[in-house]
Write a protein that binds this ligand. Structure first.
Ligand code: ADP
Length: 460
């Protein structure tokens, strides 16, 4: 980031300043060359007009004029004759010598020229002098210092370098600042996610401020909370399963030890003990079977075997199957159907789900009570109601009874023989059918379970 921002911030600036100094240099070079050339021409013109070169009597005046001009413009002016021999030099150095710089040779050949000599930091401009018959009788060379301009450009460059450094510092400060508001929270989130992925589900990201990172942190926290819940329920489940299986196992252990340690046991006692062992084994089998059903239902690969299900017939069959239980407790199980209802569902699974509800209705209703099963439907859904006159479920318990192994009253349920998995199975099946289940109950007020199931399966 630092490097990127630095490059983005500084490179254009360097490029710009380099270009600007070059443009400035070119501009000054061009205008100065023109100016000096113009001056050279002007001087050549006045020499020509006043005939200074041909008329020796005017030499003093000529000299005076040249030195005035030279001082005024800060030029060095050199005048040569047609043989390139210096006749006047405002620096008084080259008089009488041949002065063969390229500009003079070019001027003597009849052309004006101006050049910048960067080594001397000076502009050389020359112009030729003619007599009345247009013969080239000499040339003027004007040397103008360019060092002021060089100085100016280098000052401008220094200012640019200074600005570049300042902007560089600002960019670095900004990047450091940005990294604090962007990368620090990100690092924080990342560190927590690493801890979470190593199994520390109690970790949460500290939430500060209100920006995209807070949203990210909140999302991660919610996810982690969910993971923690799943992890907890998994642990609970394992401990519940062990506990549920431990009880019948200890009974079997006690019963079998009793038989082993006693001599001369009566055959009837043996039988009684074995019956007890047998029923404990049945109970364990029931728990394992229910667990297997649940596991199958919760497995994502589980597929529903969808077909048309005649709900009324299905409910009548369930009631008939459970008749021995209801008759045992002298419970009247009635059925009421407002209309014929046919839905798209998995009949075997749905039958198991509703059967659990009717079974519970019978189980948790005292002798001589009643259970009413009814069915109704609107355009979209079918509603199956299982209502009993039993012990009811308090409001706090209602939200928990669909949990695996949850029982309101542990001791009583041992008597009724439930595994605590029936409603969990029912709930899973109804969810698989995109339905819902509602409880209306209160302690001692009987319980009503209303199952809503869509008539048609949505194509997913
Ligand atoms: P169980 O095998 O113990 O019946 P379920 O999952 O079917 O397990 O039910 C869970 C618990 O919900 C039961 O132990 C019971 O306490 C309560 N319950 C379920 N149905 C009823 C009902 N119709 N009336 C009262 N309590 C009920």
């Amino acid at each position: 980031m630092l490097v990127t921002y630095f490059v983005i911030g500084i490179i254009p600036l360097l490029f710009y300043s380099f270009n600007l100094s070059k443009t400035l240099h070119n501009y000054f070079e061009d205008t100065n060359e023109k100016e000096v050339l113009y001056q050279a021409n002007k001087i050549a013109g006045s020499i020509q007009k006043a005939e200074y070169l041909t008329d020796k009597s005017k030499q003093d005046l000529f000299w005076k004029e040249l030195s005035e001009k030279s001082i005024e413009e800060n030029f060095r002016i050199i005048v040569v004759d047609s043989n390139a021999v210096v006749v006047a030099d405002t620096n008084n150095m080259a008089v009488g010598q041949m002065y063969m710089v390229p500009e003079i040779l070019v001027a003597l050949a009849g052309r004006d020229e101006a050049n910048l000599r960067s080594d001397e930091e000076a502009i050389y401009a020359s112009a030729y002098i003619e007599d009345a018959r247009s013969n080239k009788i000499g040339a003027v060379l004007v040397v103008s210092s360019f060092s002021d301009i060089y100085q100016l450009i280098s000052e401008i460059n220094q200012k640019w370098i200074f600005m570049t450094v300042i902007i560089g510092i600002i960019v670095i400060a900004l990047v450091v600042f940005m990294s604090q508001i962007i990368f620090d929270p990100l690092k924080n989130v990342l560190a927590t996610i690493k801890e979470i992925s190593s199994g520390q589900f109690h970790q949460r990201i500290e939430i500060k401020g209100n920006n995209e990172f807070t949203e990210l942190a909140e999302a991660v926290n919610t996810m982690t909370q969910r993971l923690e819940e799943v992890d907890k329920s998994r642990q609970e489940f394992v401990s519940n399963v062990s506990h549920e299986l431990k009880t019948p196992l200890s009974s079997i252990k006690v019963l079998s030890e009793a038989m082993l340690l006693q001599d001369n046991i009566h055959e009837d006692t043996y039988k009684e003990f074995l019956q007890d062992i047998n029923s404990e084994v049945d109970r364990m089998t029931e728990i394992v079977n229910d667990l297997l059903s649940l596991a199958k239902l919760e497995n994502n690969e589980n597929r529903l075997n969808i077909g048309e299900v005649d709900i009324n017939k299905m409910l009548r069959d369930i009631i008939k199957r459970l008749q021995p239980l209801s008759e045992n407790k002298n419970i009247n199980v009635s059925f009421e159907a407002v209309k014929d209802v046919v839905i798209e569902a998995d009949e075997v699974k749905l039958s198991l789900a509703i059967s659990n509800l009717v079974d519970n209705g019978i189980k948790y209703t005292p002798v001589d009570g009643r259970v009413k099963v009814s069915v109704d439907a609107d355009n979209q859904d079918c509603f199956i109601t299982v209502q009993d006159s039993g012990i009811g479920i308090s409001e706090q318990e209602q939200s928990r009874i669909f949990e695996r192994f949850y029982r309101v009253d542990k001791t009583r349920d041992r008597e009724t023989g439930g595994t605590g998995l029936g409603l969990a199975i029912t709930h899973s099946i109804i969810m698989l059918h995109n339905g819902s289940v509602k409880i209306i109950s209160g302690e001692g007020q009987g319980a009503t379970f209303i199952v809503r199931l869509p008539l048609k399966r949505k194509q997913s």
